[in-house]
Design a protein around this ligand. Structure first.
Ligand SMILES: [Zn+2]
Length: 194
């Protein structure tokens, strides 16, 4: 039986240039795209790697497990899940809805799924209610690390360049907010989630 991902890769190959690079997509023309289109070069697509290398980390090397052990970074503790924050951010606020144990989304049961939905929605609303927040984005990228983490990101009001899916790219380039501001907002979010 043919491998659907190999079929996908073969089809894509026909559209790559000699170096294996795709052409720039529509996103590079978006008003909210963080880079000027001129001079941008996509990376070449390499060979497929199957089986994929295991990128998961054991609990004692996991940043999420470490954050869960710090009272100042924990905003809420539920039955199977918790809400934490990073030690710093350039955005108005960032929270992560995470598993309390070192486990993946794949490992949750029905009750934990319901808790996940409830906590993501409540965290979204808590960040949305912070003064100076224009909008809140939700995403999950943790697949590699082995610890469920849903990112909830609060964009500063009126900074329209930061709208949409490139928000984390902007966040990476901008300077962190002062610690006292971050901690004051953490207290507000903690109270909202209580
Ligand atoms: Zn962990």
């Amino acid at each position: 039986m043919s491998d659907p991902a190999e079929v996908w890769r073969g089809r894509v190959q026909q559209q790559l240039d000699a170096a294996g690079r795709p052409s720039l997509g529509d996103m590079a023309g978006w008003e909210v795209f963080p880079f000027e289109r001129d001079g941008l070069t996509p990376k070449p697509l390499g060979e497929r790697v199957v089986p994929e290398p295991d990128r998961s980390r054991p609990a004692d090397q996991c940043g999420t497990c470490r954050a869960l052990a710090r009272d100042d970074l924990v905003l809420h503790t539920g039955s199977r899940l918790a809400v934490i924050r990073p030690g710093g951010t350039s955005l108005m606020f960032v929270a992560n809805v995470v598993a309390r144990a070192h486990e993946r989304l794949d490992d949750l049961d029905d009750d934990a799924d319901a808790e996940l939905g409830r906590l993501v929605a409540r965290t979204y609303r808590a960040l949305r209610a912070l003064p100076g927040v224009g909008h809140v984005q939700v995403s999950k990228w943790e697949n590699g690390g082995g610890h469920l983490s849903v990112n909830v990101l609060a964009r500063p009001l009126g900074v329209l360049e930061l709208r949409g899916s490139n928000l984390p790219v902007w966040a990476d380039m901008l300077p962190d907010i002062p610690q006292d501001e971050l901690e004051a907002r953490a207290d507000v979010v903690r109270a909202a989630l209580a």
